[in-house]
Design a protein around this ligand. Sequence first.
Ligand SMILES: O=P(O)(O)OC[C@H]1O[C@](O)(CO)[C@@H](O)[C@@H]1O
Length: 633
Amino acid sequence: MASLSGLCSSFPSLKPNNRIGGELSPVRKDSLAVSTRSNSSFKHSVAREVSADLSKTNDVAGLKQAKQGGLEKDPKALWRRYVDWLYQHKELGLYLDVSRIGFSDEFVSEMEPRFQAAFKAMEELERGAIANPDEGRMVGHYWLRNAKLAPNPFLQVQIDKTLAAVCDFADAVISGKIKPPSPEGRFTQILSVGIGGSALGPQFVAEALAPDNPPLKIRFIDNTDPAGIDHQIAQLGPELASTLVIVISKSGGTPETRNGLLEVQKAFREAGLDFSKQGVAITQENSLLDNTARIEGWVARFPMFDWVGGRTSEMSAGVDIREMLVGASMMDEATRSTVLRKNPAALLALCWYWATDGIGSKDMVVLPYKDSLLLFSRYLQQLVMESLGKEFDLDGNRVNQGISVYGNKGSTDQHAYIQQLREGVHNFFVTFIEVLRDRPPGHDWELEPGVTCGDYLFGMLQGTRSALYANDRESITVTVQEVTPRSVGALIALYERAVGIYASLVNINAYHQPGVEAGKKAAGEVLALQKRVLAVLNEASHFSLPSSSLIQRLDDLQMQFSHFNAHCEDPAESLTLQEIADRCHAPDDIEMIYKIIEHMAANDRALIAEGDCGSPYSLKVFLGECNVDELYA
Ligand SMILES: O=P(O)(O)OC[C@H]1O[C@](O)(CO)[C@@H](O)[C@@H]1O
């Protein structure tokens, strides 16, 4: 990562800005740690604890000084700034207005070397460099929309073949050539099971692009909440028989997705349906999910590549993507420019750096003024925060980087939290997403002379933008003509590239997610502790559970475990939390044990003999009726 490590040493001192005054403090190179990173990924190196005082490494003090002059308010000067900085992608009909972000000309010119380094890093990334050093991976989501860019013919063929296979499969499902075993003879529903980037992308695109009456309606199981899963399956009802279940998981082993699959397969069994005749897997080849789908003979399997991160997998196998790919590819071409003013992604990164001082000091509020783009902010939450929210930079400095993202849609949010944005704590900048076309041609209607609903929406956006700026609240506006697969593909590509460029500016790896792994590991430890709690409660029940072979015989004899349990002679011994913790040899985990008991008691799986959950010390519990599998899982 020569170009990136060179980034820090090349960082220039920022000079005073004549319009908004104040010396921008130069970065102090000595404040940067010299990484002891080995050639392999960062995680194997011993990252030196560095008190990276961001006010020195990211010239934060300087930026803050530079901002003391406040924002330009003269209308004529603002109009000149608007025109001067306006970015237009003619063919896409996309505009980017950065005039309401107050960066100075000096700031821009001083950042130029860092942008050139970022452009070079991006060029190397697209040529197949190991741009994800922590996982030793290439980063190839750009190749998905232009296979010729892939670093070797094998990958190019794989990408083209997968795209063709996905499109052919989708056509065959829609035409009825591929159909369920049910009498209806066609698939009428899609149930997508996946989480994170394996859900947010498809959800965003489905919400943005699904026609009013699509050939197949799509719904999502994107979590392990039993009630949420039950709700989706209940809503399908008898149409489960004509539902194509698409299970998406790049790793093929994400617990929430696996749980969703098992629950859906249970629903198929209970409905007397053969899941394999209606299941599709989208996952890395030879993953647990891929092998399951292969062994069980599911309808289809499509590959996800290890060089495509979950949050940038939107362009892989999925919804009708040819037009999306065209839009993304056109935007990719534009965001390869090494001229800052001609590169919309670089302009976004410049704005983000200025507005958040290069350390995420302000949140990114995303306000699409279009219902169909409701989920864009949720999609960006993962793309931006899972990419930029990192503890260490590429040189081993502890930087705790990131930019927080939230938002829903305008003008709805004007009746929710815009009050705080206008007058409250100034800890954000806004990104407006403007869609110029209100309705398909010929469908417009004036609800009062000369005024349509769309005029109101337009007025609300412009009014909010002006009102915020009048109170020194900065904003960016991205404008598209209408919401189409091409414009959605372009928006996704714009932000994917902006995140990558910004990551270079702040010297972090945008393509791994170590923090999420920590959470997954901790969740595994809770479940392991729960099993120990169950075993302890079971032992205290004065009877030993039958061996698994006897359970099998009990099942064969149509005896239910709970029936067996109800006929125990001795009542179960109830235990205090402390006794449970001691018998689990986990005295330090007594609080987690309390939470486990509280959750199990709420689901009738542990019974409270004495006390109640409001007074943990009073609690005495014993084993309730439970699914034998649970004890033997
Ligand atoms: O697609 P997978 O491997 O199931 O992962 C789902 C999500 O979990 C993460 O790996 C971590 O949040 C995301 O990057 C990813 O989109």
